[in-house]
Design a binder for this molecule. Structure first.
Ligand code: MLT
Length: 326
């Protein structure tokens, strides 16, 4: 390569570097879209709106939540995978970012290769709830009723590989029952049917259920896992009834499309870290039984490690349960 060519290449690289630096310094200059791939009104939507409201304060631009729901969250997720990597389209998602890799033979994106992790946002427990007229006065009676009437009991969830589906699978396996699964585009619509009595049982995140339980619109039979929840102190833990093998907590994380400029990712991570440290955010989440992560976990490295762990563990659990989406 002649000196002239080398000089031209160096000059080009310098301009490119300068342009991306100026771009990042000015970012964001217009509203950002935060995609939540489950229906409005569910636990994911609730958590997404808390962070959209908090992060827009730190970024100085409006963040609009968009819910292209369906197909176990893959419709919204692929929208972000295919978006311009300019920092204006983000994805807030949880365990289904990992499980969909095992569930779908022909997934139109790869959860790791097609995304830039921004950072983890929350973690939170799940609770088994039912319609108010469900004929069981407590957890032992609930378990006995499921075992005696399993095929007649409907179990709502947000599609294969979703948190509510995973919890439902674990519950059916732990109790040795097979319930009649009813999939929804999110547990927001599922909760409406539960309150209306059209569906019987749901295992959902507390951010979707605690307000309805406290308002007496549905009833809670078990906090999933070894211990009771501060948000629902009178609800027994599933372990109290001797139910083993039922324990799952759900974490949400924020992603951008692969190729988003590093300085833009850093700006988004910084806004996420300020949000998880914001007492208003922490209190709002705690009122729903959810915890914001520490600032050390609101980082790309922590989210990448968490996603790898879920891909390695939960995908195998679903395959063992013989679950496939297509
Ligand atoms: C799920 O995985 O069950 C979803 O988070 C439900 C939702 O957010 O609507």
């Amino acid at each position: 390569m002649t000196d002239r060519h080398l000089l031209r290449h160096l000059w080009g690289a310098l301009l490119l570097c300068l342009a991306s630096t100026i771009y990042a310094q000015e970012y964001p200059t217009r509203p950002i879209t935060m995609v939540m791939p489950y229906a409005p009104g569910g636990p994911g939507d609730t958590i997404t709106r808390v962070f959209a409201a908090a992060m827009q304060k730190h970024l100085g631009q409006q963040i609009v939540v968009d819910n292209p729901a369906g197909a176990s969250g893959t419709i919204g997720t692929v929208k972000v995978a295919r978006a311009k990597p300019d920092g204006y389209t983000l994805l807030m998602i949880h365990v289904s970012h990992a499980t969909n890799l095992s569930m779908f033979k022909s997934l139109p994106y790869h959860p790791v290769d097609d995304f830039e992790p921004i950072g983890r946002a929350t973690s939170g427990p799940m609770v088994v709830v039912a319609r108010n007229e469900f004929p069981a006065k407590d957890l032992p009676e609930f378990v006995a009723y499921l075992r005696a009437n399993q095929a007649k009991v409907s179990l709502a969830h947000a599609g294969v590989g979703s948190a509510s589906h995973l919890c439902g699978l674990m519950m059916m396996s732990a109790l040795g029952v097979k319930l009649n699964e009813i999939p929804y585009k999110g547990t927001g619509p599922a909760l409406n049917d539960l309150m209306g009595g059209q569906v019987d049982v749901l295992c959902d995140q507390t951010s979707g259920t605690v307000p309805s339980v406290k308002a007496g619109k549905i009833k809670a039979y078990a906090a999933v896992g070894p211990s009771r929840l501060p948000s629902l102190p009178n609800v027994p833990a599933s372990a109290e009834a001797g139910i083993t093998g039922l324990d799952i907590s759900i974490s949400f994380g924020l992603y951008a499309p692969k190729g988003t400029p590093r300085p833009v990712v850093e700006k988004l991570t910084s806004a996420l870290q300020k949000s998880v440290a914001d007492p208003e955010v922490r209190n709002r989440l705690e009122s729903m039984g959810i915890s914001a992560v520490s600032t050390e976990l609101a980082t790309p490295q922590a989210l990448a490690a968490h996603l790898k762990g879920e891909i390695d563990t939960l995908g195998g659990l679903l395959l063992k349960a013989g679950v496939k989406a297509n």
